[in-house]
Design a binder for this molecule. Sequence first.
Ligand SMILES: *[C@@H]1O[C@H](CO)[C@@H](O)[C@H](O)[C@H]1NC(C)=O
Ligand SMILES: *[C@@H]1O[C@H](CO)[C@@H](O)[C@H](O)[C@H]1NC(C)=O
Length: 237
Amino acid sequence: MLLRFIIGLSSVLLVTGLFNPLLPTLGDYLLTDQQVQKYFSVAGPSNLAIGTCNSVPFASAQAGFASSVGLAPTTTWREANILTNATIGMIDQGMDQLAAVCQARQQFVQTLGAAYDTCTDRFYLISLGNTDWWNVMQYTHLMKHLEFICSTGFDVYQSNIDCIRKGETTDGNQYRACFYKFNATVNANPNNFCGATETFIGCIKDFFDTECNLYVGWMQCELERIGFAYDCYGLSC
Ligand SMILES: *[C@@H]1O[C@H](CO)[C@@H](O)[C@H](O)[C@H]1NC(C)=O
Ligand SMILES: *[C@@H]1O[C@H](CO)[C@@H](O)[C@H](O)[C@H]1NC(C)=O
């Protein structure tokens, strides 16, 4: 009862977005629960056959990840808002903490081995029940975005951290404007979600091209693109 209340509360807190340029969260897109389900629940051809995810290693990998970001090991994938918030809290402390998060992610991947793709698959997770599309997308986005920022993104963050951070501090209003524009576009034309997405990732690219340099612009655009690529084909940065 108390736990449900906390989860409900945290989802309310995160619904408006954290707008952290180091790690996008589902709340940043300002979509309603219904919109998340509408735009992200359509299975593509690659999901016709879902593999297996054994619950025992999954629980163990997840417990390890939760501990590493400072949460109780009992924090499960069903508490994706809390996991995401704690991960951002760590990353915001600096490069050493980002490295620690990446190490935790690496451990998570290694524990799951070949089951990683299935254990972090939205359709698989929704099939386990007792969850919703919001939570499933928050969780899969967390893992997908970590995959990127812990590989391609890591060195770029390392050398450009100060200007990237300006996207949440001094120039936060401009950065957030891309998300508000996205929300307005999606609501004005609900049947052109992918068109809105294309404009949105371009907005992010332009912002960081100017704020930092072309390489950061590309990387931040790419970081956003991967969150939409499954549902919108042909996006590019
Ligand atoms: C989010 O994380 C911060 C620490 O980074 C913590 O103070 C806050 O309570 C967390 N909020 C939720 C809803 O988990
Ligand atoms: C998103 O856009 C809709 C329609 O313009 C608006 O009613 C809503 O308040 C916006 N959401 C946020 C969180 O700004």
